[in-house]
Design a protein around this ligand. Structure first.
Ligand code: ATP
Length: 257
């Protein structure tokens, strides 16, 4: 199987010496189709910069980003807009719903932006809303929804065009533990049942325990990898291993990959 996403020697430096920040300092990894990959690391380690480079919002200084065999850094104009809108489904910490649109209108927004007839996606909308348990808030405005409902509407919006990859930046960061668990169960279900490929940045070890693999990043470099492929490893056991690695990250005592 070919990787869906290949990141090679990615670098992004901000500012000039002596005040330069090496947000990404040579990151290489691959994401396979249907993988649920987590990215963890301390504040300022480069996680959001990495997601923003993949989403083609931030331009790296050097390196390569191949999505389905296509060099993202060479895209421009309509191709770039199409990549951002159709290949990437983005889930933000603070939902980023438009307040003056209903849940349904928010979910359908990517269709109008990319010229897809609404009719085509009506069945997908109903199916996603039902799966994400937001059917009863489709005609409400964000201000009338709970945080969990807002994030599940945002998840439906990220998924409506069936993107190549979902990029989720701290998706549980603004949720209480009950809603965080509900969201993670839905994302894990979409990963398993629809083979959705998900790349999720998180500080939350519990959320990360739903992933099949986790990359740990420190000072812009990959530092460790955990895989949940020990036979029959349960989520609570994987969670324990993540906690141990996070403790090491805090102490900065592990080896750089
Ligand atoms: N636009 C910018 N200009 C200058 N420095 C920046 C910019 N964006 C990020 N940085 C710096 O790059 C480094 C990596 O930032 P990034 O936001 O990617 O970290 P992060 O791991 O996502 O942090 P957090 O977990 O706090 O969100 C930090 O030192 C940050 O201060």
């Amino acid at each position: 199987m070919e990787p869906i996403l290949e990141i090679e020697s990615l670098k992004k430096y901000y500012g000039k010496n002596p005040n330069q920040t090496k947000a990404l300092d040579g990151i290489t990894f691959q994401v396979m189709p249907g993988e649920f990959l987590g990215i963890m690391g301390c504040s300022g380690s480069g996680k959001s910069t990495l997601l923003n480079c993949i989403a083609a919002v931030t331009r790296p200084g050097s390196g390569s980003i191949m999505m389905k065999g296509r060099q993202v850094l060479s895209l421009s104009g309509a191709e770039l807009a199409d990549y951002r809108g159709r290949e990437i489904g983005y889930l933000f910490q603070n939902f980023e719903l438009l307040d003056n649109l209903t849940g349904r209108e928010n979910i359908l927004l990517p269709l109008s932006l990319h010229g897809v007839p609404e009719q085509e996606s009506r069945i997908r909308l109903e199916k996603l809303a039902s799966y994400l348990e937001v059917t009863d808030v489709l005609d409400k405005f964000p201000v009338q929804m709970s945080g969990g409902q807002k994030q599940r509407i945002a998840a439906a919006r990220a998924l409506i065009l069936n993107p190549g990859i979902i990029l989720a930046d701290e998706p549980t960061g603004a949720l209480d533990s009950k809603n965080a668990k509900a969201l993670m169960e839905k994302l894990a279900g979409l990963n398993q049942d629809e083979h959705a490929t998900i790349l999720m940045v998180t500080h939350d070890s519990n959320a990360a325990s739903y992933c099949s693999r986790i990359l740990f990043i420190q000072d812009g470099v990959l530092f460790h990898e955990l895989r949940r492929d020990i036979p029959d490893e349960t989520r609570p056991l994987f969670y324990e291993r993540i906690l141990m690695m996070m403790a090491q990250l805090g102490g900065g005592s592990a080896n750089v990959l």
